[in-house]
Design a protein around this ligand. Structure first.
Ligand code: SF4
Ligand code: SF4
Length: 136
């Protein structure tokens, strides 16, 4: 048996499609949904753990990609360089999980809660001074 954690980015047109149930039925996989969000532009982001035989996991991931879903391995880590962060707040609106959020409304301090981060990388492009980075 094999387990793989991945991030699925699926467009608005696929949000209503039974992707998860098809993975279960067609490829005999156990799908653990670890986190799921719909982004403001209506893209869906779902972090899942797939369990099954290595062959079925491979086939299931290939099938998902054929449906138009972008599959990202969850092996990367997103980090913030606090010395570069200007506390501008641009990242808050793109973060689907609330990992980047205002901690204290009085100080307006933007915190980065790594426990909530799904490494979707959306903040990396949104951060003007490039404080958010992918650590491979
Ligand atoms: S990678 Fe950035 S945008 Fe994505 S969940 Fe983590 S902090 Fe939020
Ligand atoms: S967008 Fe970048 S610089 Fe601005 S608060 Fe977020 S991490 Fe800091």
């Amino acid at each position: 048996m094999s387990e793989r954690r991945i991030v699925l980015h699926y467009p608005r047109t696929l949000i209503d499609q039974p992707i998860v149930s098809t993975l279960v039925k067609k490829f005999d996989l156990t799908v653990n949904i670890l986190r799921a969000s719909i982004l403001p532009d209506q893209e869906g982001v779902m972090v899942v753990g797939l369990e099954g035989t290595e062959e079925n996991v491979e086939k299931g991931v290939a099938w998902v990609e054929e449906q138009g879903v972008r599959v990202q391995a969850l092996s990367v880590d997103v980090v913030r360089d606090d010395e570069v962060c200007t506390q501008c707040g641009h990242c808050i609106v793109v973060c689907p999980t609330g990992a980047l959020r205002i901690d204290d409304h009085e100080s307006q301090y933007v915190i980065f809660d790594t426990d909530e981060c799904i490494a979707c990388e959306l903040c990396v492009a949104a951060c003007p001074p490039r404080a958010m980075k992918v650590r491979l």
